[in-house]
Design a protein around this ligand. Sequence first.
Ligand code: UN1
Length: 498
Amino acid sequence: MTRINNYIGGEWVLPSSGEFAQSVNPARISDIVTRYPLSAKIDVDRAVAAAREAYPAWRDFPAPRRAEILYKAAEMLQRAKPELGKSVTREMGKVSSEGLGDIQEAIDMAYYMAGEGRRLVGETVPCELPHKDGKSIRVPHGVFALITPWNFPVAIPVWKIFASLICGNTAVFKPSSDSPYCAALLVEILEEAGLPPGVLNLVMGQGKKVGEYLATHPDVDGISFTGSCAVGETLAQHAAVLHRPIAMEMGGKNAILILKDADLDLALHGVLWGAFGTTGQRCTAASRIILEQTIYDRFLTRLIDAANALRLGDGLLPETDVGPLINAPALDKVMEYIRIGQEEGAELMCGGERADGGSLQEGYFMKPAVFANARPGMRIVEEEIFGPVVAVMSCADYEEGIRLVNQSRYGLSTSIYTNNVNHAARAEGDLDSGLVYINASTIGAEIQLPFGGFKHSGSGHPEAGGRMGGIDFYSRIKVIYRDFSGRLQKAQISQEST
Ligand code: UN1
């Protein structure tokens, strides 16, 4: 068992409390992955001070030079992929292929953002007046608070760290207490790649105390948060009062609409992947399935059979399809939703029990659940469960299907399966979410496009790549006018009258 420390100002340091907690393998809780620091406010103060001190030099360090360090880190991530992937599976439970996928997403983003070091472009435009020009340039904000979840314990931190650093910000990174080991491995790589001390700092802790204190710290300039809606809303209120930019990515109740003309084999695979991949613990996970009436019974039967056939287990074993839930409170919460769904009158067609026989006894396993006859208004249809549970509903036609998909406070990811080209094309506009998939599941967004949700899923500041992605959030636009005329020139005032 290892022990990790905070990383502040280029040093791995003990928390001021001297106290540590344990991060355990959710598939086998006697396997203690690491002990991690329980930080206090003073540790956060130190980390923010280190980031502030490092800021002017990092801001002035040319972006292509910043990129060289980030490229090196990307290469190191690539070399360490097998071992990092294993650590992801061990610490948060997703199956090996997905643990490696997490690292691949991190590698993709790391290279992409390093490339942005030579592309932090602004605009130069002609001015109204002679011998005058105007241009916009991108400048950093200052010190960023980066608060990340455990479900993508390397990829999501990389989205935020690489994007904020390439823009010239420095950062304090607060990972989830369920994935501190993965966070420390990532920071070690960035340290070894040559990041100057203080540019990136790592502070760990339990619950929301450390993150909230960090996000509201007087010397922080911007916040990026991925996690629950409740925490995000609190942080957003603080950010509004403090006039800080905040990017929030906060979950979903993502739906897949399957029309009668769809390729049902393809749709079935999409549902299984979207609903039960990562044990349903993705903000993009599919949790509502809307079937056109005429295929309802046929598809439901196939879905139940397929869900029953999924093999639960330790994600490191090659035969495992579905790993454990992250921790005991998560398992309790999902089991509570199973009870609520039944009480509300939905029909539990399969799964929904805890699986603790044989080799599963030491883990937080639950059999993937399918609810039929679900209806809008039920809590299992409205609320994010964050586990392997789907609610199946029926619709009369395309129009009703779209209405049901959009009838949600969330709007992160939606999908439609159809071979009707008109419906497929119309759905691009009709589906009300930040990500829309046509004949593909709701998960698996690629990093070269923006990632963000509508409605309660996000804040309208997408992250990741693309023209409107993370670079737009982690940099500010400054406009510069230069007048070379040597006389007073007045914009908007007719020159004849001067
Ligand atoms: C998340 O669950 O918070 O699109 C992010 C996907 C992944 C990212 C998920 N690329 O499913």
